[in-house]
Design a protein around this ligand. Sequence first.
Ligand SMILES: [Cu+2]
Length: 227
Amino acid sequence: MKKLAMIPILLILSGCNLRVLDPKSQTASDQAFLIYLSFGIMMFVVLVVALLFITFTVKYRETEKNRHDIPKHEEGNRTLEIIWTVFPIILLIGLAVPTVMITYDVSYIGASSDDNALHVNVTGEQFRWTFEYENGEKTHKTLVLPKDREVIFHLTSKDVIHSFWVPKLAGKIDVLPGEETRLKVTPEETGTYQGKCAEYCGTLHADMRFETKVIKQAEFQTWLSKK
Ligand SMILES: [Cu+2]
């Protein structure tokens, strides 16, 4: 019992929080769906294997009666072979298709999107972020985004590899020198969300935290024009 009580304590002490599973954007919802899907498939496999393991352990255990029996040698059971070949393939396709679709959609590779999308250039450097809007305005510590509008981030680094991460809005994305990565996010709820660099990039890596403020579209226009 004492050991069981340790589990919640360990979770709290580990600083574990489930922001990733509290999505506030379409992208984060899609990614949370992938987490649940892969976890579901994994649990299904674990349960089936555990069930078979227990069944066979009980069924074929040594008893007084069967102590000297030598089991019949089974070879080439076609039905079983088809089941354990086809079934994992179906499971993997079930995992791969949504994963590839969502990854491509979120990475915004060549896909034509909303004409109304907001493009934000994100530059990582040791040790700060620069968020540049379409009118040339820049911010560093606060990223302001409009609610319910598609935002395309164009990310690059001035020096080493960083990783842009606002857990409630989207999964981590690498920010690389000399190459642009892209991320599509449509925030769905107003609020302030913590962001950080998720790739250790030097002594002041921990200083690369920022706030993401999602505000209503009209407020966003006013904010941007006043900058
Ligand atoms: Cu960094």
